[in-house]
Design a protein around this ligand. Structure first.
Ligand code: BGC
Length: 875
């Protein structure tokens, strides 16, 4: 290994992406064994086969991310190799290369959408809140679920193939096979997008898979997000009531001619006895699936021709980012026999995914798998998600012989699976727990001398993995909805723990697509009909904190990456959002109508109130506070983009709201009319308390905490700032006491009550032991991760993209050691501290391009450049 190395080459934040368009950005990581090294220049070359397409020439720059491609137009569906060569100030050089593929050219399609002849799904429109709270329904027969459709599309290859791609999408979900074998390992294609505005197609290279003569594309079609029962209220038919397929195979022959094959002549048949709903689950009758149905020799005379439709092709777009995949699998922890006699599998971990079963048996056994997140007080199976279509139930009917099955079109939020109908003795080695996610590139880590905090960190990561499934979801079982507010609070933690930039930028595109003409940013993206209906019942399509995601999330991405592109691509949408709120503004306050406010505020919930009660109790003050904070961040965004007039305008707006807020809410002694911790937290954090009343407000906050038994009482919108506000106002000791609190509500209460993910409500399992009907897998309250990394491990990002950091050990935490590592845009940053006797030993690894200020709290720091350092300080 040389002294200088370049690695982790990425395009738009992704390794080896497959759908690169004309505009994209390069990044890499440079690493040296020398201290204080800086990159002095780089050179990028782009190759197609032997031919060089672009050469940036040597550019004198320290930048290693956000480098825009500035070469000629790239050819569609081609593989390109790019090489980067870097120089450092010691005169060393290093180079590395990687490849990517471009997407299909934007040109008219030859193929059409086709539709298997099928019965339409009947729309169901349950009343959202009523149903969500209703007890379990009577046993059901699932007769209203329409079967999975199987489609056979034939193509004849008569000449030598040079290359071939198939582009596929569906109204619903699809699973593609070619001549009997699966193509790709993506799950839930074509992914979840606002389908009426954009729908992805996936492209697969089938050059080596096509053979001379007849080939069959076999496609199974399921309901997915198009027809399935979605969201809290579980409405189906969000976009349509029938499943459709889009397929175009583009073949370039060795003689230079081209052919395009659609599925217009395909034949289809329902898969007997099967159905698949993304939420309710999947039923698969292995004994009824026609054997070899996707092989060329299969006899499909009795299958029906598909109908050719003129459904819109303009909304089809190449997929961006990664597909959902199985990211981890393992053998379950145990097969339990519960006190009431059920056989229940314990995965050992709460997750989003499913079980894969393997067995050797005769045909016709009906195995029922029911998924849930928790057992009840007595250790029995307990369905914690109530309501219509919240069953989470898969059914597999065996065929003869050795067989293995996992659902293809559904996933569940679960730790426990009750299994009925298993032939013979069930053992762990017949099962695999499969966790699904869009993300498997983890870039952040935290550990310390307290195992309970390590478990908290574990829980944060698992809630993140479970809720990055195509879109950022609130929870993987009850709703699977892209609620905007959850991300407003969680985005900084998400960005620290994984390379979520691409994932969030992709989702922001959906959010922009769903923005109203008048600038309103809705509470979810996609904004499904069921979500619209809930908003209608509540009286508003948006809410403070939720709509503000359009400002907060790009800002968090910018802090993480230092790349302005995310601010640029969202700037217009942010401005329109601010104008919308300004129009709603009455004399410096935004509190018209409904807001979710400090959602899930524990004292209200624990006293028997509903989540909606938490909204009504807090919405007025919170809406104006968030309005002010968004204006403040907008001023900073405008400044970062060099839009000075806007900067002034938003700064003025912030000052106006601040003044109105102070006049309306802040009393002479610094108290607020709202007797909740969260009200003080956001008012202090957002700078809304006049300086002269600040000490008073801080005292009131501390008093509320103490009166609550040193327990927090914060909901979604205030919890991310609670510990920071205490630290910033000389009450670090109180912040630490809240962190280490184990009584409800607190983070360690969840840990001590067996949580393996972050709960939606602080009291999912109440102090009296009651097991609640909430989600046990919501990342929102995991936003404390961001504080742990900054204040306990001690890595603080002082300049967007970690160009300047402060490393300051959290030695007042009572811990004897802590460490964290994080892959910044420049490379891995690691920091570790140990406290022993009167000594603090710290170890730091600083990436090239980052300046680090190292020091103990309240003491002078030393500034160092890249490299590995060890210091011992006396305290
Ligand atoms: C979700 C939350 C979401 C909220 C809106 C809930 O049902 O699970 O996470 O943000 O609704 O307030």
């Amino acid at each position: 290994m040389g002294l200088l190395q370049v690695h982790t080459l990425r395009i738009d934040g992704l390794r080896r992406p497959q759908y690169v368009k004309q505009e994209f950005q390069f990044s890499w990581i440079l690493e040296s064994e020398r201290k204080g090294c800086v990159q002095t220049g780089y050179r990028i070359q782009l190759w197609q086969g032997e031919g060089m397409i672009w050469d940036s020439g040597k550019v004198s720059s320290g930048a290693c991310s956000g480098i825009r491609y500035a070469g000629p137009k790239l050819q569609p569906l081609q593989e390109y190799v790019w090489q980067v060569c870097c120089w450092d100030d010691y005169g060393e050089t290093a180079a590395a290369s990687d490849r990517f593929r471009t997407c299909r050219a934007e040109k008219p399609w030859h193929a059409h959408w086709v539709q298997p002849v099928q019965k339409a799904t009947v729309p169901e429109r349950p009343a959202p809140f009523e149903y969500a709270n209703r007890a379990e329904e009577q046993p059901r027969d699932y007769k209203e679920f329409q079967p999975v459709q199987l489609v056979r599309s034939s193509i004849e290859i008569e000449k030598e193939v040079r290359c071939a791609f198939v582009h596929v999408s569906a109204h619903g979900l699809y699973h593609l096979e070619l001549n009997g074998e699966a193509v790709g390992n993506d799950l839930f294609a074509p992914e979840c997008t606002p389908y009426d505005k954009l729908i992805f197609y996936q492209s697969y290279d089938v050059t080596r898979r096509l053979k001379a003569g007849k080939n069959i594309f076999g496609v199974a079609l399921a309901d997915g997000w198009w027809i399935g029962r979605l969201g809290l209220g579980s409405w189906n038919c969000q976009y349509g009531d029938k499943k459709d397929l889009f397929l175009e195979c583009e073949v370039l022959f060795e003689d230079g001619s081209r052919a395009y094959f659609g599925a217009e002549k395909a034949k289809a048949a329902p898969s007997r006895g099967s159905y698949a709903d993304l939420f309710v689950g999947e039923k698969y009758d292995a004994s009824a699936v026609p054997e070899g149905w996707s092989l060329p020799e299969f006899d499909d005379t009795l299958w029906q021709p598909v109908l050719v439709t003129d459904m819109p092709l303009e909304t089809l777009q190449p997929q961006t980012g990664q597909s959902v995949r199985i990211v981890k699998e393992w053998e379950p922890l145990a097969v339990l026999r519960t006190p009431n006699g059920d056989t229940v599998v314990d995965a050992g971990q709460n997750l989003a995914g499913f079980l894969r079963i393997t067995l050797d048996t005769g045909a016709g056994c009906e195995i029922v798998l029911e998924y849930s997140e928790t057992l009840d007080e007595n250790g029995n199976f307990f369905n914690n998600i109530k309501g219509v279509n919240k069953d989470q139930r898969d059914v597999y009917i065996t065929r003869d012989g050795k067989q293995s099955w996992q659902p293809a079109f559904t996933y569940h939020g679960f730790r426990y699976v009750r299994i009925n109908g298993w032939p013979g003795e069930l053992s762990c080695d017949q099962l695999r727990v499969c966790a699904v996610s869009s993300e498997d590139d983890f870039t952040g880590d935290f550990a310390c001398s307290d195992e309970r905090l390590n478990q908290l960190q574990h829980n944060i990561i698992w809630s993140q993995i479970s809720n990055m499934v195509s879109i950022p979801t609130d929870c993987p079982q009850r709703e699977k909805v892209g609620w905007t507010g959850d991300l407003t609070v969680y985005a900084p933690t998400m960005l620290y723990l994984s390379s979520a930039e691409w994932f969030l930028r992709r989702w922001l595109k959906y959010l922009r697509a769903e923005q109203f003409e008048n600038g309103l940013v809705p509470v979810t993206a996609p904004y499904w009909k069921i979500c619209r209906e809930m908003s209608r019942l509540l009286g508003s399509d948006t809410s403070c904190g939720w709509g503000d995601a359009i400002v907060f999330v790009p800002w968090a991405i910018y802090q993480e990456t230092g790349n302005q592109v995310v601010l640029e691509e969202n700037y217009d949408a942010m401005r329109r959002w601010m104008s919308y709120v300004e129009r709603e503004d009455k004399n410096g306050s935004w509190n018209q109508g409904f807001h979710f406010g400090d959602w899930m505020l524990p004292s209200i919930i624990m006293a028997g109130g509903t989540p909606r009660d938490t909204a009504y109790a807090t919405k007025e003050l919170f809406s104006t506070a968030y309005y002010a904070y968004s204006a403040k961040i907008m001023a900073q965004i405008a400044a970062a983009l060099g839009r000075l007039a806007d900067e002034k305008k938003y700064e003025r707006l912030y000052q106006d709201i601040r003044q109105a807020f102070a006049e309306k809410y802040v009393r002479a002694d610094g108290s607020l009319p709202l007797p909740y911790q969260g009200a003080y937290v956001v008012s202090l954090k957002f700078g809304l308390i006049p300086e002269s009343k600040r000490a008073g407000a801080v005292n009131h906050l501390c008093r509320l905490i103490e009166e609550n038994g040193t327990r927090l009482d914060t909901g979604f919108l205030s919890v991310p700032f609670l510990l920071d506000v205490l630290c910033e106002n000389r009450h670090r000791d109180l912040a630490m006491r809240l962190l280490f609190q184990t009584e409800c509500p607190s983070w360690l209460y969840m840990v001590e009550h067996g949580a393996t993910t972050i709960w939606e409500s602080w009291d999912c399992i109440s102090p009296e032991g009651k097991v609640g009907s909430y989600s046990y897998n919501h990342y929102a309250f995991g936003c404390v991760g961001d504080w742990l990394y900054r204040e306990i491990a001690g890595v603080q990002n002082l300049e967007p993209g970690y160009r300047r950091v402060r490393l300051c050990p959290g030695i007042d935490s009572g811990l004897s050691w802590a460490r964290t590592s994080h892959r910044t845009p420049q490379g891995w940053l690691a920091f570790e501290w140990h406290k022993e006797g009167g000594k603090i030993q710290v170890k730091a690894e600083i990436p090239i391009g980052t300046a680090a200020e190292l020091g103990l709290p309240g003491q002078k720091s030393v500034t160092v450049g890249s490299g590995q350092y060890e210091f011992v300080w006396g305290v």
